[in-house]
Design a protein around this ligand. Sequence first.
Ligand code: ATP
Length: 367
Amino acid sequence: MPGIPLRNGGPAARIAVIPGDGIGAEVTPQAVKVLRAATRPARRSIEFVEFDWGADKYLREGISLPSGAVEMLRDEFDAILFGALGDPRVPSNQHAADILLGLRFKLDLYINARPVELLHDRLTPLRDRTEKDIRLMVLRENTEGLYVGVGGFFKKGTPDEIAVQEDVNSRKGVERIIRYAFEYARQNGLKRVCMSDKSNAMTFAHDLWQRVFKEVRQEYANIESRHLYIDALAMEIVREPGQFDVIVTCNLFGDIISDLGAQLAGGLGLAPSANIHPGKTSLFEPVHGSAPNIAGKGIANPLGSVLTSAMMLEFLGWRSEAAALRTAVRAALRENCVTPDLGGSKRTAEMGDWLVAKSVEALTQQH
Ligand code: ATP
């Protein structure tokens, strides 16, 4: 997929690694292994510092996101490589909310970029669709909407209970994600931006989205802009995914439509994502969660984490290394060197070793 904004573009980077829970702790070390190998030949200096934030620490010490952590990440690191959070021993998922939502909100990572890219024809469940049909970017607003936690209960636990959850949309928040969608298209030579909302039912919140979209699109006359209600988008993205280049939408709809997109392109094991504030410390995580059902078995697919790492390298301005990681992932899919979720028999760590060798080979061929 096309690139994302630079953090520094310099030869050195400091990366905070938060493997987290479940398969997050299994796939992240593989991605780190591949990143180390792919950055070595070009004499990049990449330093990794690992943090043990997750369910174990939360259960042991009652600490989810340590105090001062946000400032430390913001001031001392270029990027954060994240695994996954979620553990059956913490049914409230409180630690995950504190850490992931805490970082998204406090680092003001207002763009959630989730590319939907089919890397091998056999991976899509859609009939007669090929790689050229499924290649789009979903840009999800990441700091507002229904996820801000404004709301409450009234008469909780009684038959008269009422639960309210507010959908918070600021002019600034809506404008910056819509503007980013057009900028992303322009900078990457893409022709079409689709904004999706539910303004026919959400007549206040999404009226704001409508007005801002109409205003901002006037500044981008060379880009074809279009609006679809979210229900129509859900149909169209399955019927004819090739009609989209960039989709921009609110927090909730982006969450849903990007999972749908992930399935179109081969499933959760492959899907990467980036939580970005252009030019500032940003967070990169595979779309999948901690997958407790397969955690600890050594069969988790590390490709999502490796593709996520490629997005991080692009953010750092290290394009040839990012391309090498993508070449390695494509080779794994072509040669069916994959984990059981994609029909193969490789184990997580074996795939990591294989991807290390392929990435280094790809870099050597570039030179
Ligand atoms: P969480 O509660 O942390 O979000 P979850 O089990 O609800 O976890 P995911 O972890 O996102 O949801 O994944 C759903 C299912 O997809 C998993 O149970 C697993 O079977 C499969 N899956 C997801 N990611 C991977 C992966 N990297 N490799 C193999 N299978 C995966």
